[in-house]
Design a protein around this ligand. Structure first.
Ligand SMILES: [Fe+2]
Length: 396
């Protein structure tokens, strides 16, 4: 493994019913809380009312910014900053899945950011005008959808309304939440589709560092390999169980903490890796409003098939051998596709409404945001414009 530095300061509070502590935990971080959540919070049952009551009982004032949609928009963050500024917020509470939590982070940083908010985002890897945030209000997260691990990492994903560019801000100095309450009872009523897409997203967060961390670059990665394989196996094995028994709080807790571990940085210490599948998936989400986890299902399968015979894809062959019991990546992709389809998740981008005529625009979207100064998408192997198009075509 390569040298690394790891510091994850998030206080994780895990357990059924722990959300009852939100008032007391929030009171340690601030006195005026801006609650950031979905535009339509009815999907959260009475959770917002419970949080309001808990905050009031703990002596906090609060205001709401209910704006997040799947694939949250820069304009939603700008409106949240204005709302938080008018209210005088000194704490931001994110309630919901990755989109709500990412929006909460953007608002928290935006309230301390001296530039136009768009400058915070890395909308192009090649022409990088980004000014990362260095300060943010403290955040407390109440995740309700296991998937992104936003509750325990310093990343926020956002889409620019005007250009449809979906990108991110990564700021370990200020974007880690202070507290994350992982209460699996909050996930008991998640619909099957969201449950499955969240799990596939979490699996992809571990698959990417596994397949894009080769020995030539990272040396001996056996410890990380075993940790990553364990998380992938646990999520794959337990997703069908939780879909069959959605009220099982132990299974819900396993999926929730599994997703958190999948992208909290622990599994990638010393083996950084690349995320080309996520880069390509983001463009599908921004162009077709496709669910993030479903885009990753499609991209993982297309990647396996496109590079099935490429000698540079040895790490994917290792994964296929470990997980699907075969060195044949095409056969492994067939088995994985069958598994994903049985969980109710799309496996082809045509399911999003995408067809051959869209491939050039999708490819250009990847080039605009994710291509580096070398004119390729960072990956092992690095991917050219023509290959990006061909991988999308393989996913149709
Ligand atoms: Fe993801």
């Amino acid at each position: 493994m390569n040298p690394f530095e790891f510091h994850n300061p998030v206080r994780i509070v895990f357990g059924p019913g722990e959300v009852a502590r939100v008032g007391a935990l929030a009171a340690k971080e601030g006195t005026r809380a801006l609650i950031v959540s979905y535009a339509d919070v009815s999907c959260l049952g009475g959770l917002i009312d419970r949080i309001h009551a808990a905050l009031a009982a703990a002596g906090l004032a609060y205001a709401d910014h209910f704006a997040a949609t799947p694939n949250p928009l820069l304009s939603q963050a700008e409106a949240g900053v204005a709302r938080g500024r008018a209210f005088g917020a000194d704490l931001v509470i994110g309630v919901g899945g990755g989109s709500a939590m990412d929006l909460a982070k953007l608002v928290a940083a935006g309230l301390r950011y001296p530039h136009p908010l768009a400058r915070m985002i890395r909308f192009s890897h090649a022409d990088d005008a980004q000014i990362p945030p260095t300060e943010a209000l403290p955040t407390l997260m109440v995740p309700t959808l296991p998937a992104t691990a936003s509750e325990m990492n310093p990343t926020a994903v956002v889409t620019d309304d005007a250009t449809l560019r979906k990108s991110y801000v990564w700021a370990p100095d200020c974007l880690y939440p202070r507290v994350a309450i992982l209460d699996p009872t909050l996930t008991l009523s998640l619909p099957p589709f969201q449950t499955a897409c969240g799990a596939i997203d979490a699996i992809s967060h571990v698959v990417e560092p596994f397949v894009f961390s080769d020995a030539a670059t990272y040396g001996n990665t056996d410890l990380q390999d075993q940790l990553q394989l364990g998380v992938i196996r646990a999520l794959l094995a337990n997703l069908p169980k939780v879909l069959a028994d959605p009220g099982d709080v132990q299974l819900r807790g396993l999926m929730q903490f599994g997703a958190t571990v999948g992208l909290n940085g622990w599994l990638t210490c010393g083996v950084q890796g690349w995320t080309p599948m996520h880069q390509m998936g983001h463009v599908l989400s921004s162009h077709f409003r496709a669910t993030h986890g479903a885009t990753l299902a499609c991209m993982m399968l297309a990647w396996m098939r496109f590079f099935a015979d490429d000698p540079r894809n040895a790490r994917f062959r290792r994964l296929a051998r470990e997980i699907w019991g075969t060195d044949d990546l095409t056969a492994a992709a067939d088995r994985f596709e069958d598994y994903i389809a049985r969980q109710g998740v799309p496996t082809r981008i045509s399911a999003f409404g995408c067809s051959e005529k869209d491939l050039d625009a999708l490819t250009q979207g990847v080039v605009d945001v994710s291509f580096g100064p070398d004119g390729r998408l960072a990956s092992i192997p690095p991917v050219t414009r023509e290959e990006v198009r061909a991988i999308y075509a393989r996913a149709l």
